[in-house]
Design a protein. Structure first.
Length: 310
């Protein structure tokens, strides 16, 4: 057992329009798609599409959305044995708007995801004690996530946190001390450090602050401007991949799934971040959340093409 994902499982209602509505504005959208999502599920799908066999730990409700989510998870080849069916809460739902430039805005109704607690950690005790890498996000209660992180790290595993959605009060040093790798985007970096990174220098400054507060490796995702990372003994900037983006909804999740996959394969950090960046870039060329995750062959094809066309 190498990679586990502890996180949210949603059904996503995604609408596509030329622009995103301003407050008080009503727009006619072009179309909509109903599909599997949730940052936890997206990351598990990303790992699975690359050829690994991650263990997804989470919750769904007993409603039609929960039934649909379980069916779609099964189609991805993921086991549902550690997905708890919550009798008291509805399944998670995300309402997503995407504009013609592939920018998005998202409203998430947590439902069963926000009822996750110590009982879920206990049910997956064997998983958390055995995995090499645990992927976490912020769409489930932080207390349960940190309990899982402690089990994983106590048994020699690595914990990767995507701090999305980032809490407005930031994250304490106690929380950051439970994390090995943190992967904020520009908005999340500003919330966590007070620095809105627009270039490599500002990303380096923000990464340094995060490392001073407890994480071992800080990876700052700058969207179309690339990715910067910093550890105690190395730092680098990975240039963005040139792709034709149409939907950026799950790009960060595919990045983190790719990162976990690459690290579990034994790639050095710079290669792992580059591989993850390719995963994130390719996901923006497809519509949907979990459905947008690329295969390993697609990622390696993109990496080879960039070697010959720098």
């Amino acid at each position: 057992m190498s990679i586990s994902v502890f996180g949210s499982i949603n059904i996503d209602l995604t609408t596509y329009a030329q622009t995103l509505p301003a407050p008080g504005e009503t727009l006619l959208a072009d179309r909509y798609v109903l599909g599997l999502g949730g940052k936890g599920c997206n990351q598990a799908a990303a790992v699975a599409k690359l050829g690994a066999d991650p263990v997804l730990v989470g919750r769904v409700g007993v409603d039609s959305f929960g039934k649909s989510a379980l069916e779609e998870i099964g189609k991805l080849g993921l086991s549902t044995s550690h997905v708890h069916i919550d009798q008291d809460n509805n399944s998670g739902l995300a309402v997503i708007g995407v504009d013609a430039k592939a920018e998005n805005s998202i409203s998430v109704i947590g439902g069963a995801n926000m009822a996750i607690d110590q009982s879920d950690v206990a049910r997956a005790d064997d998983v958390f004690k055995a995995v090499n890498i645990l992927l976490l996000q912020m769409e489930i209660p932080l207390k349960a996530a940190m309990q899982a992180a402690e089990k994983v790290r106590t048994n020699g595993g690595l914990v990767v946190l995507d701090p999305a959605p980032a809490p407005k009060v930031g994250l304490s040093e106690d929380i950051l001390g439970h994390i090995d790798i943190i992967t904020p985007n520009e908005t999340e970096t500003e919330i966590l450090t007070g620095i809105r990174p627009r270039n490599r220098e500002e990303a380096a400054q923000a990464a340094r602050l995060l490392r001073e507060r407890g994480v071992s490796i800080a990876i700052i995702k700058l969207g179309a401007k690339g990715v910067y990372f910093q550890s105690s003994h190395e730092e680098a900037f990975v240039e963005p991949f040139k792709v034709s983006s149409i939907d950026s909804v799950a790009a960060g999740d595919c990045f983190n799934g790719g990162l976990a996959f690459a690290l579990d394969e034994g790639m050095p950090l710079v290669e792992a971040v580059t591989f993850a960046s390719a995963c994130g870039a390719l996901s923006t060329t497809k519509k949907g959340a979990s459905a947008s995750a690329p295969t390993r062959e697609e990622v390696e094809t993109l990496l080879r093409s960039c070697m010959f066309n720098p």
